[in-house]
Design a protein around this ligand. Structure first.
Ligand code: ADP
Ligand code: ZN
Length: 750
């Protein structure tokens, strides 16, 4: 038997190895193996089996790693698709489907010394007072880790060994499973009685889940993803309850499911809602959680719980789409419009799109959910490619909050400097403080001020490595770059030699300054800031949310970290400090992002008994993204935005491939980009609907000391283009210090 092995070292091809007789039957597609390669031994994955090989004198596999194949043939097929569609080497695609902690065996099962009580034969022997104390604990617990026992009994292991000598207990190593949520006390929850809209949505989903693919697809030639649903429900419309009951249906069918949520909304609160429903009753199953804040060991254990079929529901961020759930009945992608589903390093996959492909491959139903669907998904729903399910109202009869837009230009005219709080917002906060209600304030920029500027000569302190200005961080008293992390001291006078103005000053706004100003305006308010600077430790996030929930804080102030999924009944006011901050970026999705963010943030208000109010401060109050968000009008926004995208064939009318060339020497980068463009013109002349734009300097020309130039391709038939680009990527000759990055369906155009 011959095994085809894809090696972890990047070589872009498979190698043949002999399966030695003692491994016959044990090596399968998906097995992890160690094989000789030159003088080294390297790791790889069996990606195929064959009877014969074209190569003579093959070497043998050295050993199989792990008892179970790690990658199922189904996930392997998915990895292959990723490699092809996203133009990356197969071994890189393969790496992404297995967590690091599982691939390398270092973070294997944890073994702990356990003390276990043995059956007593006859009388209890005579024990000293200290031994007696230990024995009392043991009698009650029967079995527990040695370390825990020593803690409880305040004793030493020598004392426990003496009980072992007397034949009362054994002390032996045992596998101890790590549970990242072991400390949470989760109360079981029951299914809610659904409102008609929820009921209709659930019925459509379960009907698709019950359909037998072979029978029900026959005769359908339109090729639509008939098993993909777009669940468009306003914030608080009860989408999660629909997910939960659809999950229950998958379990009833004996299948498993994957729930994807953006990393940022993978809060303990979210995880709890899923664990609580399946912690008991006939559908009881473990709910595994996969995200980047787990330790390697925790990730290893969670993954194996899934692989062994003990956890049949997985909730996690982007990479959880590769979880080895088998059979897979349902995939849910919550907040499907979120950019964080896109991986910004190779393989540059989009987890929502991978979910749809995986669903197709494995016959699983896919549900995309959002209050603000991406234009791509809504377009697919309008065309009938996906089935659209609508939840137009909040589930618990709560009204949507009233949204008021404040024209900040008026406020500027009245005051002198750029204002942070309009009189309207100021007064609204004061009212909440008096009433004992809570406020959330949102500004999507951390730091104190966005730049250091000289009003005389116009100098702006910029990053030496990146083409952006430095942000002032008050606590550290330093200027920091939010791209590369560079930081430096704050100059006392203007660094421009011809100027040297001592009055150099800060401009623009960050969360730290809002916090400071707020403290001055409301000295008695209890305020906490949540952004990546404020959260240094792993538990800070849940600690602050816990305080807020318990009513120990009046105002929670933060960046996009607080925009998603939080549910606090006592929040009656949401203030958005600068709604148009992201509106004027050179990205065709700037309007869409602003609309989404405003809708999401506004959705945090009025989740309880008191009606909510949202105050949106803006310098361009009449921009459609702001006005449609004010009216909670997604379809209105969609229609006008589509009009702008169609003539340019931006997504969803076409798909984009973004080619970025980067290098330290700008001339070489520019030259290479021009060269690449010529090659593209030739190689792609057969693509009739193709638009090639550029080359041009990237909006962020310089990042981390690398200059960047871009070429943007647009076509309706991306899989063909990917193929051509992968081929091209191999062939094209570029200077050694210039690299080409191919990003298919990019979400970040900077
Ligand atoms: P979404 O995920 O759409 O933002 P949630 O699932 O968080 O909305 O639901 C909002 C609130 O409504 C939650 O407190 C939830 O428990 C409640 N809820 C959902 N469905 C119902 C229902 N059928 N009856 C009563 N309350 C419901
Ligand atoms: Zn920088």
């Amino acid at each position: 038997m011959i095994a085809r092995v894809t090696l972890e070292i990047a070589l872009r091809k498979e190698f043949d190895y002999l399966v030695p007789p003692e491994m016959e039957g044990l090596v399968e597609v998906g097995s992890r193996v160690q094989v000789p390669f030159g003088a080294r031994k390297v790791l790889g994955c069996v990606t195929g089996l064959a009877e014969t090989s074209d190569y003579p004198s093959l070497k043998s596999i050295v050993k199989i790693i792990g008892a179970q194949t790690l990658v199922t043939p189904k996930v392997l097929r998915l990895a292959k698709w990723i490699g092809e569609y996203y133009c990356c080497a197969p071994e890189i695609a393969l790496k992404s489907v297995l967590p690091e902690a599982v691939r390398h065996e270092k973070a294997g099962w944890r073994e702990l010394l356990y003390v276990r009580v043995l059956p007593l034969s006859g009388e209890l022997p005579k024990l000293s007072k200290r031994q007696r104390e230990i024995w009392n604990i043991l009698e009650e617990r029967r079995e527990l880790p040695l370390a825990e026992l020593l803690d409880l009994a305040e004793t030493t292991s020598a004392a426990v060994r003496r009980l072992e000598d007397k034949g009362l207990v054994t002390i032996a190593p045992e596998v101890s499973e790590r549970d990242p949520y072991a400390r949470e006390h989760i109360l079981p929850s029951q299914s809610l009685a659904m409102n008609p809209a929820q009921g209709a949505a659930l019925a459509a989903i379960t009907k698709a889940m019950d359909a037998r693919p072979d029978r029900d697809r026959a005769g359908k030639k339109d090729g639509g993803d008939s098993k993909v649903f777009l669940l468009h429900g306003v914030t608080g419309s009860g989408k999660t309850e629909v997910y939960l009951q659809a999950l229950a249906h998958a379990l009833e069918q004996g299948k498993g499911a994957i729930v994807l949520v953006p990393e940022i909304s993978l809060t303990p609160q979210t995880v709890e809602r899923f664990k609580a429903r399946f912690s008991h009753g006939p559908l009881q199953t473990l709910v595994a959680v996969l995200h980047s804040h787990l330790s390697a060991g925790e990730r290893h254990d969670e993954w194996h719980k899934i692989r062994q079929g003990r956890a049949r529901i997985v909730i996690g961020a982007r990479s959880a789409i590769f979880a080895p759930v088998d059979p897979l009945g349902l995939v849910i992608v919550d907040e499907e419009h979120e950019n964080s589903y896109k991986q910004e390093e190779s393989p540059r996959y989009h987890a929502r799109d991978v979910a749809i492909v995986r669903g197709q491959m494995e016959g699983a139903t896919v549900v995309l959910g959002s209050a603000t669907p991406s234009l791509e998904s809504f377009y697919n729903a309008r065309k009938g490619k996906y089935a659209l399910l609508d939840l137009p109202e909040r589930a618990d009869d709560k009204k949507m909050p009233v949204v008021r837009v404040v024209d900040m230009r008026q406020t500027v005219r009245r005051g002198t400097s750029i204002p942070i709080f309009s009189p309207q917002l100021h007064e609204a906060i004061a009212r909440r403080l008096d009433a004992g209600e809570q406020t959330i304030l949102f500004l999507n920029r951390r730091g104190y001020s966005s730049s250091l500027q000289c009003p005389l000569c116009g100098y702006v302190a910029g990053c030496p490595n990146c083409s952006i200005s430095l942000t002032y961080h008050r606590q550290e008293q330093r200027l920091c770059c939010h791209i590369c992390g560079h930081n430096q001291t704050v100059p006392k006078t203007c660094p421009n030699e011809k100027c040297r103005n001592p009055e150099i000053r800060f401009a623009g706004l960050g969360t730290q300054k809002v916090e400071e100003t707020l403290g001055k305006l409301f000295p008695h308010a209890r305020i906490k800031r949540m952004d990546s600077d404020a959260l240094k430790r792993k538990h800070d996030f849940r600690e602050i949310l816990g305080q807020f929930r318990a009513g120990k804080l009046d105002v929670l102030l933060g960046t996009q970290m607080i925009a998603k999924g939080l549910h606090f009944p006592n929040v009656t006011l949401v203030g958005i400090i600068y709604a148009d901050m992201a509106l004027h970026q050179p990205d065709f999705r700037a309007g869409e992002r602003t609309f989404q963010l405003l809708t999401q943030v506004a959705g945090r208000a009025g989740r309880g008994d008191v009606e909510g109010e949202v105050i949106v401060q803006a310098f361009t109050p009449f921009h459609p993204a702001i006005q449609f968000a004010r009216r909670h009008d997604f379809v209105g926004f969609y229609d006008q935005e589509m009009e702008f995208r169609q003539p340019l064939r931006y997504p969803p009318f076409g798909r984009i491939a973004l080619l970025t060339l980067r290098g330290r020497n700008e001339e070489k980068v520019a030259f290479s980009a021009a060269h690449l463009k010529k090659e593209l013109d030739q190689a792609l002349s057969a693509f009739r609907d193709l638009i090639i734009a550029g080359p041009a300097p990237a909006p962020l020309l310089k990042a981390e000391s690398f200059y960047r130039h871009q070429i943007m391709l647009r076509t309706a038939r991306m899989s063909h283009l990917s193929q051509a680009l992968a081929e091209m990527q191999h062939r094209v000759r570029l200077p050694e210090d210039v690299t080409l990055v191919v990003d298919i369906d990019p979400v970040d155009l900077s």
